[in-house]
Design a protein around this ligand. Structure first.
Ligand code: SF4
Length: 339
């Protein structure tokens, strides 16, 4: 009986002991209805979590839904900073994450204290933070950005103002190259999953699949290499598409290619294959799986919707300070523009 199933920690530490079958599905959806809850799932979630969610998307699209939803409770199947962002935008709603230990190595690469110190070294600088940051870092930020509007956000800042860009060094390098801005300082943070998708691997896969399009997330360690390869004519420039996860879905629907090499977390392949089943989507690196995202198991979701755990809290003062920066990102960013 799923309703009374004992959810246990497995040897690897995640919640297990529940099969994602039809009974599980019915029970999760029934309990969600009882709580007046909406289930949101990020594109990097396990396929069964993506399939049961009321909405699937990137972090920005899901934040917008959380802010506009009539539901009393938001169940955020993603990592902790994403659930925090939903709480910042919808402070009166109950926000739950099925496992609060689901962190993010990129968000962890800068703390509020480190950012305050950096700001003190550059008085008057404008702080631009990628959405993958904690609420505390967002509270110290002037403008939050997504991977698709980062260039426009930086361009909108007067040319004589210094800019501090954090936490992702690969996205920062992309913005610096696009804007040609010398007074842009970049924090040396990275996501261990995306950084692991490297240039030589991409070059090898591209050479073996000369007709394939390349969909590359700007956080990837290979994004810089992809631009270099296209600049050198090794890969035709029109084949290289630097895209946020949401924009990848849009591009999948319009590309003429029959094969696409995808450089981002492997969970993305599930939505791409659903969007364009006729295309052969292949991971540039099929080991690029985010263990934090995969902590949201069927058992964890059942525990969440059944027991109301784990609740996400952001103190009111921090939320108030972070809200302006997040709100600007929501207004400027295109739906589909987040991680
Ligand atoms: S894939 Fe990387 S950036 Fe995304 S949630 Fe996982 S650790 Fe964070």
């Amino acid at each position: 009986m799923v309703a009374t199933a004992t959810v246990e920690r497995t040897a690897s530490g995640v919640f297990g002991g529940v099969e994602p079958n039809a009974e599980w599905r019915d029970e999760v959806l029934r309990l969600a209805k009882e709580r007046n809850a909406v289930i949101l799932a990020h594109n990097y979630q396990l396929p069964e979590i993506q399939d049961i969610a009321h909405h699937t998307g990137d972090s920005l699209a899901l934040s917008r839904i959380a802010a506009q939803s009539d539901a009393e409770t938001i169940i955020f199947c993603g990592v902790h900073f994403m659930a925090e962002t939903a709480k910042i935008l919808a402070p009166r709603k109950t926000v739950l994450i099925p496992d609060e230990r689901a962190g993010c190595s990129l968000a962890d690469s800068i703390t509020g204290a480190q950012l305050r110190e950096w700001k003190a070294e550059h008085p008057g600088a404008v702080v631009v933070s990628y959405v993958n940051t904690t609420a505390e870092v967002k509270a110290e930020t002037d403008i939050c950005c997504t991977s698709s509007n980062a260039v426009d956000v930086v361009r909108s800042i007067p040319a004589d103002r210094e800019v501090l860009f954090c936490p992702d060094q690969f996205l920062g390098a992309h913005v610096k190259r696009e804007t040609g801005r010398e007074n842009l300082h970049i924090w040396a943070g990275e996501c261990h999953v995306h950084a692991g998708i490297n240039g030589p691997e991409l070059a090898e896969r591209a050479a073996a699949n000369p007709d394939a399009d390349l969909f590359i997330h700007p956080e990837c360690g290979c994004a810089t290499s992809a631009l270099y390869l296209s600049g050198e004519g090794i890969v035709p420039a029109e084949k290289v598409k630097i895209l946020s996860t949401g924009d990848m879905i849009t591009a999948a629907r319009s590309t003429k290619a029959t094969k696409v090499l995808v450089a981002t977390e492997v969970g993305m392949l599930h939505q791409l294959r659903k969007a364009a089943p006729e295309i052969d989507f292949r991971a540039v690196n099929d080991r690029a799986s985010c263990t934090y995202m995969k902590m949201i198991t069927p058992a964890a979701l059942l525990r969440c919707v059944r027991d109301g755990l784990d609740e996400v809290h952001v103190d009111l003062e921090t939320a108030k300070r972070a809200q302006g920066a997040v709100q600007r990102m929501i207004e400027i960013g295109q739906p589909g523009g987040g991680e």
